[in-house]
Design a protein around this ligand. Structure first.
Ligand SMILES: *Cc1c(COP(=O)(O)O)cnc(C)c1O
Ligand SMILES: [Zn+2]
Length: 404
């Protein structure tokens, strides 16, 4: 048995194929590339029971990951995050089977660790010595830290408005960090120039093919944690869309292996009302999105005005009879507080948006009574202390406690 069943990469737009043993970025037509595996061969040797006794991290699925030699794995223990019942908040929505896949406890504090672990490991395998990327914060933090562990030099450009903690994570990793007085799209242009000037490896979202493979493992884990019975609905906070593209790819691969049925969950792309290009495209039944001008939201990780993989996100929604929905900041921040109060989970604003979306979709009848629903919390609330305003009494020593 081989460690990985990777065979090649292909372009979902023009179908051109590429080798996996050389550095690849975009297809020559400008599209992101997707990774292919020999599923027919793998099917002969690999069953759910093959996973018994393996480590509780995302590398337990190494046959479906692109790293060929286990010595190249760069890990901080990422993956196999909890799938938690959310009965109390679910009851306030009329959803009896509401679950949260909680990425808040993963290394670096956000699910970007998955993409970074697999992306950096593959970069190491291919001999990359220096990478560059633009980021809204969490991806830069994760890639800077995993790159440090791999001994790869990282250059990161992020908006000055990005969560301060992600700036600190990059800085302490020793990365070359630049801030930009602008949006992630401005950071992207600066990185593209640096890539041209210095011949760096471009680790921008979807400009390298392996980040999707890391994020795909969320889909593999959800299926395994539900004992290979998929839920009815999965809600995902969508910025660049890598996670939803990855989850869709994972489910299709599992269906092809025969581990789950062909009826996939309905995938929901949740965006912020202040930055909802995918929602607009979906409402107009388009196959790609347009740049969203003057985007703004407290859910910084999903402030992406135009995603390179928008057509893949929309395909995942259409193919699964899913939908796309926008949530305003006031609603998602209220949901974040309600979840902490009712469930004891301090989740990130992006994750909170998926719960607001579930609430709306149950109200409208799109989610039906009795359906099993999974909301993805993509990061820890602890990374966003500014989303909570604290006004409490301060006592002098010896004073009596004030109780409300
Ligand atoms: C990056 C990010 C997202 C969006 O992820 P994509 O895969 O780019 O759509 C959602 N939530 C958080 C916390 C993020 O950091
Ligand atoms: Zn192409």
């Amino acid at each position: 048995m081989k460690f990985s069943y990777i065979t090649h990469l292909h372009c979902p737009k023009c179908q051109k194929e590429y080798r996996y043993d050389q550095i690849q970025q975009l297809c020559e037509c400008g599209s992101p590339l997707l990774v292919d595996y020999d599923l027919q061969e793998l099917k002969k040797h690999w069953t759910p029971s093959s996973l018994a006794g393996r480590g509780h991290d995302l590398w337990r699925y190494h046959e479906l990951l692109p790293v060929v030699d286990p010595d190249n794995i760069v890990t901080l223990g990422e993956g196999m995050t909890p799938l938690l019942r959310m009965d109390r908040i679910g009851a306030t929505m009329g959803i009896d089977h509401l679950w949260m896949k909680d990425e808040g406890i993963i290394p670096t504090g956000s699910f970007k660790a998955r993409g970074a672990a697999v992306g950096v490991s593959k970069a190491k395998e291919l001999g990359v010595s220096e990478l560059a990327m633009p980021t809204n914060g969490n991806a830069g933090a994760a890639w800077a830290l995993y790159a440090a562990r791999a001994g790869i030099k990282a250059s990161i450009v992020m908006p000055i408005e990005a969560p301060v903690i992600t700036r600190n994570e990059c800085a302490i990793s020793g990365a070359n960090l630049n801030l930009v007085n602008g949006l992630i799209s401005d950071a992207g242009k600066i990185v593209a120039q640096a890539v041209r000037d210095h011949g760096l490896f471009d680790a921008s979202t979807l400009k390298e093919p392996y980040r999707i493979e890391g994020k795909k493992t969320m889909g593999l884990e959800i299926a395994e944690q539900l004992n290979w019975k998929v839920p009815d609905v999965i809600l995902y906070p969508t910025g660049g869309g890598v996670g939803i593209i990855g989850i869709y790819k994972a489910l299709k691969e599992l269906a092809e292996l025969g581990w789950i049925s062909d009826k996939l969950p309905r995938l929901v792309a949740v965006q912020a009302a202040g930055c909802a290009p995918i929602v607009k495209a979906w409402e107009e039944r388009k196959s790609s999105s347009e740049f969203w001008e003057n985007s703004e939201t407290a859910a910084f990780g999903i402030n992406v005005p135009k995603a390179l993989g928008d057509f893949l996100v929309l395909e995942a929604i259409y193919a699964t009879d899913g939908c796309a929905i926008a949530i305003d900041d006031a609603s998602l921040l209220q949901e974040q507080a309600d979840i902490a109060r009712l469930e004891g989970a301090f989740i990130c604003p992006e994750g909170a948006a998926t719960f607001s979306a579930a609430r709306r979709l149950r109200e409208s009848g799109w989610i039906k009574a009795g359906e099993t629903v999974i909301a993805l919390n993509t990061g820890s609330g602890i990374k966003y202390p500014e989303t909570v305003q604290v006004e409490v009494p301060t006592l002098e020593p010896g004073e009596r406690m004030i109780r409300e």
